[in-house]
Design a protein around this ligand. Structure first.
Ligand code: GLN
Length: 367
């Protein structure tokens, strides 16, 4: 095999989910909801199956591009539908950089960003986030210093996995100023755009429409991560090339599921589904945070996503899943170029309350 297959290591999420099954653990590791997707989504899929089961045009089913255009307040011509946000990110890596280029990203870093940049032949460069007084902060001065003549793109994710940070308008404006000064592309992974617990996140494309590629996900928004329907909002004039690369990758996302998402998006908006989702997750996040604090962990309360990071001194994720039967993601899995803060763990709280309670109980016994 080619040397690049050295990148084909097992993902930490697959590994911890496997260990969770093996040890009968409560799985607060991989971020997927345990419950069923909303009934309106499943009904939409039943309606769509058998009515459009062949290829769609590579840029996406026109109905879905139109629905996304309305939902995201962009022109449907800017939208390219992909097989999940993961393919969206892979296609953008191919479209935007190659050998000799550097891509700036923050650390802790979501696990796919790094290998995808390497597969495109580029060099990822990470800027560590600061952890001060129980809160995460992006170090934008350090980001500015990390820009070199080879830097081609800034990769931002807000709300941010794994820290749960939501970057403020002021921070995003600073990022945009850097991108304009050095003529960089911005890749903005916004798959958790509807999952926030304070102020709504600012879409980066509204600040820099000319250079921002936004990535979104029906799986995250509508609680169906296995559906693999994601999207890219391209800056005006760039959709055809991005769709062309997606065409050589998977050709198109699943047709009936694209149709179902097109029907479900306006329903989710009009029925208040997203705010119900936020309310449910906020309550679980607060319960988990309070329970972990009571057990002596330092909790960094998230502003968005369904992830919470915490420091548990001396807690080892591999031993915890085996001996305590609770699966979490070790913080070190999100560090490639810098040292992880000792004892850093990520907990997913997109799980039923009973599972969160059981996990807290097991943790209490284990500690
Ligand atoms: N986004 C999810 C997480 O962070 C799952 C990612 C994956 O397994 N590909 O846990």
């Amino acid at each position: 095999l080619h040397a690049r297959s050295a990148l084909a290591t097992e993902s930490i999420f697959a590994r911890m989910s496997g260990l969770a099954v093996r040890h009968g653990a409560i799985n607060l590791g991989q971020g997927f909801p345990s419950g069923a997707p909303p009934a309106f989504l499943l009904d939409a899929a039943r309606e769509a199956l058998g009515r459009g089961d062949q290829y769609t045009p590579p840029p996406g089913l026109p109905l879905l591009r139109e629905a996304l255009g309305r939902d995201l307040n962009v022109a449907p011509e800017q939208v390219v539908v992909t097989c999940g946000a993961t393919e969206a990110m892979a296609v953008l890596a191919q479209a935007l950089y190659g050998p000799g280029d550097e891509v700036l990203m923050l650390e802790p870093v979501f696990d796919i960003y790094w290998p995808q940049a390497r597969l495109a032949g580029a060099q990822p460069v990470t800027v560590p986030m600061r952890l001060e007084g129980g809160a995460w902060a992006a170090d934008l001065d350090r980001m500015a210093q990390a820009i070199t003549p080879r830097t081609r793109a800034l990769l931002i994710n807000s709300p941010y996995n794994p820290t749960g940070s939501v970057f403020s308008r002021v921070e995003l404006e600073r990022i945009v100023a850097l991108a304009r000064e050095h003529d960089l592309w911005i890749i903005s992974d916004e798959v958790y755009d509807e999952l926030y617990y304070g102020d709504a996140p600012v879409p980066l494309r509204t600040l820099a429409p000319e250079r921002t590629f936004t990535v979104g996900s029906a799986g995250k928004r509508l609680e169906a991560t296995g559906w693999r329907v994601g999207w890219i909002v391209t800056p005006p004039g760039h959709a055809a090339q991005v769709a062309g690369l997606h065409q050589w990758t998977t050709f198109c996302a699943p047709g009936p599921l694209q149709a179902a998402v097109a029907l479900a998006l306006p329903m989710a908006r009009q029925s208040g589904f997203y705010s119900q989702l936020r309310d449910g997750y906020r309550a679980r996040m607060q319960r988990l945070a309070q329970g972990l604090r009571a057990l002596g962990l330092e909790v960094m309360e998230p502003q968005g996503t369904y992830f919470l990071s915490a420091i548990g001194v001396g807690l080892d994720a591999d031993r915890l899943v085996e001996e305590g039967r609770v699966a979490v993601i070790p913080g070190a899995a999100f560090y490639v170029q810098h040292a992880a803060p000792p004892g850093l763990l990520r907990f997913a709280f997109c799980k039923p309350e009973a599972e969160i309670e059981e996990a807290l109980q097991r943790l209490g016994q284990y500690l």
